[in-house]
Design a protein around this ligand. Structure first.
Ligand SMILES: [Zn+2]
Ligand SMILES: [Zn+2]
Length: 182
């Protein structure tokens, strides 16, 4: 869904969209597993600068919710994570970026991005918000035992044979222990 300058000059746009699982491409990091719902509004804000100069900003305010599949940081098994968030974003025309000094607006109010061409694409806004909401790393369970460094077996599924002491020196020690017990 495109919020075009052309439409926004006429009226603000309310949106309530649902994207089927997989519709939003999150690259290799994550997979969209549940419908993504997003609702809010987009509106045009005009910044007036000395003389006739007017900068047309697009403000997008809303919230989203979905579920994504990530990989456990220890055992790399898939983990499904609920994600949701609110946003209040301001997009300026890319052409104003070069003369940033001229532009004064209350920056604390909104996060600032830039748009080029006709307007702002809702999918791009949502994709960015999902990336921002992703946890740095995730574990399938707090107790995840991870993979064996030697054979790569997922140790949550059971111990591999490398886990047992195979070094002959350990065997010798075990033998000594038996002798001491006698
Ligand atoms: Zn794990
Ligand atoms: Zn192993």
């Amino acid at each position: 869904m495109l919020f075009s300058l052309h439409d926004l000059e006429l009226r603000k746009i309310e949106f309530a969209e649902t994207y089927a699982p997989g519709k939003i491409d999150l690259g290799e990091e994550a997979v969209q597993k549940a419908p993504l719902t997003a609702e809010g509004r987009a509106e045009l804000l005009e910044e007036h600068h000395g003389g006739k100069q007017v900068v047309k900003d697009i403000r997008v305010v809303g919230k989203f919710a979905t579920q994504v599949e990530l990989r456990c940081a220890r055992c790399v098994e898939p983990v499904v994570q609920e994600l949701s968030g609110d946003f209040d974003l301001l997009y300026r025309p890319l052409s104003t970026m070069q003369r940033e000094d001229d532009v004064s607006i209350n920056e604390a109010e909104s996060e600032i991005g830039y748009y080029k061409g006709e307007g702002v694409e809702l999918e791009e806004v949502l994709k960015e918000q999902i990336f921002l909401a992703l946890p740095m790393q995730i574990l399938c369970t707090e107790e995840c035992k991870g993979l064996c460094a030697q054979c790569g077996q997922n140790k949550n599924m059971g111990e591999c044979s490398c886990a047992k002491p195979s070094d002959p020196r350990w065997a010798a020690l075990a033998g000594l222990k038996d002798k001491l017990k006698q």
